[in-house]
Design a binder for this molecule. Structure first.
Ligand SMILES: Cc1ncc(C[n+]2csc(CCOP(=O)(O)OP(=O)(O)O)c2C)c(N)n1
Ligand code: SF4
Length: 284
């Protein structure tokens, strides 16, 4: 029997699968934050779908007691969009790595963002491909040395926050796996947001790119007087080079894709489009 919604705790969302991430992996902090956020919002697990990609982070859907879809590499968003469109009453959360989301899956982000489906998308950003043993990813810094870049990465890293703001996401925020309480609050805001909510979570890979000493001194909260509806200011914050800000960068309201589709269906039903058999009869 399922737990009554009023009695849900973080424990209620833990599946029987135990994470096999390396001890110290940032993804543990992300998962704990997600459990806390889901419990705080009392989201009915029967109404929740977690879609994940392929990678260490891609295992997330298996660790959550809800409906889940461990999808194909880079395809979190098309799967999540399909599920949401098929049943808009479901709470749909996508989760995956920076390689999954920004490299092979990068082409899906602009369209999910501009369509504004009511989804939450969490990127667990460790600037490397953890699962395949530490190659450079699209957020790896210039000079990053690994098996695939023995002489150092020569590509400029992309800026996830600036990218999502530019693409038209209606909620853009950033968290750190080492600050799970703040991260849970941010994920809660993202889930509550009506529209496409993107959260970039800095989640270090302790095995292949250990940034635990580098990241914390750079962190600060998004300034209290930051106007989240000001897109230009959100860009400024995203383009900062001296700090890594945590919190909500940008949040505005816009009709969702599901609402648009429902309107189109109503209009189509109210109109009398030419019948297919009438069209075919012209050729017989
Ligand atoms: C189509 C396809 N191409 C390549 C791979 C190999 N592959 C598996 S995971 C991965 C990258 C994982 O990196 P990331 O998404 O950053 O996740 P992390 O493991 O760091 O959490 C790659 C290239 C694959 N599984 N499928
Ligand atoms: S390889 Fe890196 S990302 Fe994968 S589980 Fe280990 S620490 Fe985490």
């Amino acid at each position: 029997m399922s737990t009554p919604v009023s009695e849900l705790t973080p424990q209620s969302y833990k599946s029987d699968e135990h994470p096999i991430w390396c001890p110290g992996c940032g993804d543990f902090g992300v998962l704990a934050s997600l459990y806390n956020s889901l419990a705080g919002l009392a989201i009915n697990p029967n109404n929740l779908v977690v879609v994940s990609g392929i990678g260490c982070s891609g295992r997330t859907s298996g660790f959550i007691k809800s409906y889940g879809f461990h999808s194909v590499h880079g395809r979190v968003l098309p799967v999540a969009m399909g599920i949401k469109l098929a049943n808009p009453s479901l709470e749909v959360i996508g989760a995956g790595g920076d390689g999954d989301g920004f490299a092979i899956g990068g082409g899906h982000i602009p369209h999910a963002a501009r369509r504004n489906l009511d989804l939450t998308y969490l990127i667990m950003d460790n600037s490397t491909y953890g699962l395949t043993k530490g190659q450079y990813s699209p957020t790896a810094p210039v000079g990053f040395q690994a098996g695939s870049t023995p002489y150092g990465n020569i590509e400029q890293p992309l800026n996830p926050l600036a990218m999502l703001i530019a693409y038209g996401a209606t909620f853009v925020g950033q968290g750190y796996s080492g600050k799970p309480r703040e991260l849970a609050d941010l994920i809660t805001k993202a889930i509550e947001h009506k529209g496409f909510a993107f959260v970039n979570v800095i989640s270090p890979c302790i095995t292949f790119y250990n940034t635990y000493k580098v990241i914390p001194p750079l962190l600060r909260e998004v300034p209290r007087d930051h106007d989240v509806t000001n897109r230009a200011k959100a860009f400024e914050l995203a383009l900062e080079t001296t700090h890594v800000s945590l919190g909500v960068f940008y949040q505005v309201s816009r009709p969702t894709f599901e609402e648009g589709v429902a309107e189109v269906i109503k209009k189509a039903q109210a109109s009398s489009p030419p019948r297919l058999d009438a069209i075919f009869s012209e050729f017989s």
